[in-house]
Design a binder for this molecule. Structure first.
Ligand SMILES: [Mg+2]
Length: 223
């Protein structure tokens, strides 16, 4: 597998693409058990047209799923700079169903969907099941604790908790800019990584984790 990773590394540098691993729940979407809905929430959904955008009901699971604002733009733009992966602690069936929602044409993820059944360490997400060099991988996830061996690859996002708060959902619909903020950081990291003037090492020897740190520092120093 090491050899496979080395070949992939060379190809990625040539294509100017890195790897991006995306969590599903609370990162790209929020799935909620409808049994936990009060009547007021149901009526808010059915009487507010804005809330019905990117909302999907799965009666067989008693589940409703809301996609995070900007998710389609985020994926489309990120796909130009990264090879995209889904990595979820949910089951394979759930992962595939959600992939179909966010990637209806099946052009973004291919077979790069990792689910609970693939994990090798209980309660942890590891990069051992990702066929790519760790130096080329960035991760976007709302949960830090599952990535304890790969914290330097991680961009931790605020939880998208559309249904689970007492706040009116209508407010949540229009106040969540997390994916557009994350894309800004991803793009900056990608640009710096491939800029031959930044750093003294050859691009092939670079580690994206160093460049993520640089990009974060630069963004914060300009704030
Ligand atoms: Mg999550």
């Amino acid at each position: 597998m090491t050899q496979f990773r080395q070949i992939d590394l060379k190809n990625k540098i040539k294509e100017k693409k890195l790897h991006l691993i995306l969590d599903l729940d609370h990162t790209l979407l929020h799935s909620f058990n409808m049994e936990n809905f009060g009547k007021d929430k149901m009526s808010e959904i059915f009487t507010t047209k804005d809330l019905q955008k990117n909302l999907f009901f799965f009666n067989e699971f008693n589940m409703v799923t809301k996609l995070r604002p900007f998710v389609f733009d985020f994926l489309k733009e990120a796909n130009n700079l990264f090879q995209l992966w889904i990595y979820t602690m949910g089951t394979r069936d759930y992962a595939k169903r959600m992939a179909k929602l966010i990637d209806p044409d099946e052009t973004l993820f291919g077979c790069r969907i990792i689910s609970q059944e693939d994990c090798t360490i209980r309660g942890q997400k590891g990069l051992d099941v990702v066929y790519a060099d760790e130096k080329t991988i960035l991760i976007v996830d709302d949960t830090v604790s599952v990535w304890s061996n790969h914290l330097r690859n991680l961009i931790n996002v605020n939880r998208f908790n559309f249904f689970g708060t007492s706040k009116y959902m209508k407010e949540r619909e229009f106040e969540d800019y997390e994916l557009s903020n994350v894309f800004y950081l991803l793009k900056k990291t990608h640009t710096m990584f491939f800029d031959p003037k930044i750093g003294t090492t050859e691009i092939i020897d670079r580690d994206v984790r160093d460049y993520l740190k640089l990009a974060v520092n630069e963004i914060f120093s300009n704030m």
